[in-house]
Ligand binder design. Structure first.
Ligand code: 1CP
Length: 425
């Protein structure tokens, strides 16, 4: 594997990738490969759903993108203020702008997490909430994968639920979010506070600043949030269950309450993402993991206005937007019309076909099936070669179609990195 880009040594104490060290300003040392194989992910986790479905052709007939060109205003201000590890020209930024690249950028959803032995070791000492809630620990976890792999972007270690404490809603992780008292009435929605952006997940904003300072030049920093509907899914259903029947019943029985809830979440997330822009992110990813639960007409009526308003506010602040839509083949073309620079899709979608239809106005991200990586390095290499062969490089950010599964061997990730890096010749 060619992984020497970050190859400066850190102090001795930092050599063991399982040892906690506060993030250092400057290059990050990459540890050697460690082979670990674990059991497969839980059935109810995103990433373990239905077989592939191909999206069929809608014409490329797209509205102009409502976005401020050039570096984000908020991010630009943070950089002008002299943040240490300022991002400049990154492969990811060039792919977002659909400019020619020497090779495609690569990052992996859930790249910090349970497939890494050093993450699991930290989890023996700290709960997930502790890791994500303490900025220095969160920054450390964010940087863990960079000691092994020269990914082109770091995504801050947090959860889509990180902003939810600002609403006074109590929840835990098992391993996904479990809400103590799900929100299932108009009165419960109306009782939610509307916090100031400064009160929303300040630990994530602090972690972003730590990571920004420690990242090598050329590596992009990503923030993220859950889309209003995907957050509502957890708040109403109470936890991730197949097809979210309570949520769908709530949408049918209480459309005004759902509208109120989605409006509140849309405003909360817009403010949160703008603050992430001020902390120096190069782009934010909006996860709409449960986008596909409603029909297209119900989606248009109930969900789309709130998602669009949120994306517009973030774009107006100059923050670049990656919009991830999962398990919603009937909505992919509708998502491609929303205001975002990048459309990210799961493995069910034919990415080359998506690029042909929407690639003139959108960069695209994806979309190797994460389950293929659990089959080993050869399978990962073959999937990467197939994807790179079919999808044009300009405007393509390589990623999995969903989060990497906990049982993925490290060698599979190495094979994927190698396949992408070979492209530069
Ligand atoms: O150690 C553990 O047991 C915690 C497992 C875990 C991790 C590593 C959870 C609980 N969240 C995370 C981190 C996380 N979650 C990140 C970190 C950044 C990264 O490296 O990518 C991100 C971006 C998320 C986003 C997230 N959380 C989504 C959207 C993406 C997706 O997977 O669709 C969703 C739906 C969640 C909810 C959630 N939190 C945790 C789990 C296991 C889940 C999903 C499963 C469920 O609903 O039961």
């Amino acid at each position: 594997m060619r992984s020497g880009r970050n190859g400066c040594d850190r102090p001795e104490a930092a050599r063991d990738p399982s040892v906690f060290v506060a993030p250092l300003a400057g290059p990050i040392r990459l540890a050697g490969p460690v082979a670990v194989r674990q059991g497969a992910g839980r059935l109810n986790e995103p990433g373990n759903e239905d077989p592939a479905t191909r999206v069929s052709g809608a014409p490329e007939d797209e509205p102009p993108l409502r976005a401020a060109p050039g570096p984000g205003r908020a991010a630009g201000a943070a950089r002008a203020a002299g943040a240490a590890g300022t991002a400049g020209d990154t492969l990811l930024g060039r792919a977002i702008a659909r400019e020619p690249v020497p090779r495609r950028p690569l990052w992996i959803m859930r790249q910090a997490g349970r497939y890494l032995p050093e993450y699991r070791k930290l989890r023996e000492r700290y709960g997930f909430k502790e890791l994500a809630g303490e900025p220095e620990l969160a920054a450390e976890v964010t940087l863990q994968p960079f000691r092994r792999f020269p990914f082109d972007a770091a995504i801050v270690f947090a959860d889509i639920m990180s902003p939810i404490p600002a609403l006074g809603v109590d929840f835990d992780f098992d391993p996904g979010p479990v809400v103590a008292e799900p929100i299932r009435s108009a009165a419960a929605v109306a009782a939610l506070p509307e916090p100031d952006p400064g009160e929303v997940a300040p630990e994530v904003i602090a972690a972003l600043r730590h990571v920004r300072a420690a990242l090598p030049a050329g590596t992009a920093l990503l923030g993220f949030c859950g889309a209003p509907w995907t957050l509502a899914a957890y708040l109403v259903e109470g936890r991730g269950v197949k097809d979210f029947p309570t949520l769908r019943a709530f949408a049918a029985a209480e459309p005004a309450a759902l509208d109120d809830l989605l409006g509140r979440l849309s405003r909360l997330m817009a403010g949160y993402l703008v603050r992430q822009g001020e902390a120096g992110v190069d782009a934010v990813q909006v996860f709409d993991s449960w986008a596909g639960l409603l029909s297209r007409s119900d989606w248009e009526r109930l969900i789309r206005p709130h998602l669009e308003a949120m994306l517009d506010t973030v774009g107006a602040a100059g923050v670049k937007r990656i919009l991830f839509v999962q398990n919603a083949p009937h909505l992919v073309d509708a998502y491609a019309e929303l205001p975002a620079e990048v459309l990210a899709v799961d493995w069910r979608v034919d990415l080359a076909d998506l690029q042909r239809r929407h690639g003139r106005r959108r960069a695209i991200q994806g979309n190797i099936d994460p389950a293929v990586l659990t089959a080993g390095a050869d399978a990962a290499r073959a999937a990467a070669a197939e994807l790179l062969g079919r999808v044009e490089p300009a405007g393509h950010i390589v990623n999995l179609g969903h989060g990497i599964l906990p049982g993925t061997p490290i060698e599979s990730v190495e094979a994927l990195v190698d396949a992408v890096h070979r492209e530069s010749g």
